[in-house]
Design a protein around this ligand. Structure first.
Ligand code: SF4
Ligand code: SF4
Length: 168
């Protein structure tokens, strides 16, 4: 018993005092190597409709819908990887083809930006370019104007038909 303790103390002291040279940079080694590994999410803001289905189905509330100043999509999913359990339901339920949210599969790099980075920063963020938003806004405006014009034409046509009926 005493001998075991002494041996252990010698081993620990040796481990603490001996110069040891690292041969592998463990921070660059990926934990997962399985073919089944699902990887972190990729979100395509150009095809997402903001339908909210991925957010609603997420069993652990790992998704937060980021608001956008558009009619469609008016919001887009961002994922908290510290909470996500990588079940893949968000990808399964996405109605868009090809999927607007998917687990990237081959991307093994699941590290946060820095060694001491808080888990709260471990997110899949979606940066939607300002010029794309402006382009979409313009498209939506043109569409809304065309729809309003069509509605006005229909109303005028109905009014004319009603007038004709009354006169006849
Ligand atoms: S993989 Fe599962 S847990 Fe992770 S965000 Fe998607 S639905 Fe939520
Ligand atoms: S990623 Fe898919 S399911 Fe999620 S909001 Fe966009 S379209 Fe809907």
């Amino acid at each position: 018993m005493l001998l075991d303790i002494v041996k252990k103390m010698i081993r620990v002291t040796k481990g603490m005092t001996e110069d040891r040279i690292a041969t592998i940079d463990a921070s660059k080694e990926f934990v997962h190597h399985s073919d089944m590994f699902r990887g972190k999410h990729e979100v395509d803001y150009e095809t997402c409709t903001g339908c909210d289905a991925c957010n609603k189905i997420c069993p652990v509330n790992a998704i937060v819908m980021k608001p956008l100043p558009l009619k469609k999509p008016n919001k887009i999913p961002e994922v908290n990887l510290a909470v996500c359990i990588f079940c893949g339901l968000c990808e399964d339920v996405c109605p868009v083809k090809p999927k607007a949210i998917k687990l990237s599969g081959g991307d093994f790099n699941m590290r946060a930006g820095g060694k001491h980075e808080a888990q709260d920063n471990f997110w899949v963020k979606v940066d939607v370019p300002e010029d794309w938003i402006e382009k979409k806004k313009e498209e939506e405006k043109i569409k809304a104007e065309a729809a309003a014009k069509k509605r006005a034409e229909m109303a005028a046509k109905k009014k004319a038909e009603a007038k004709e009926e009354n006169n006849g």
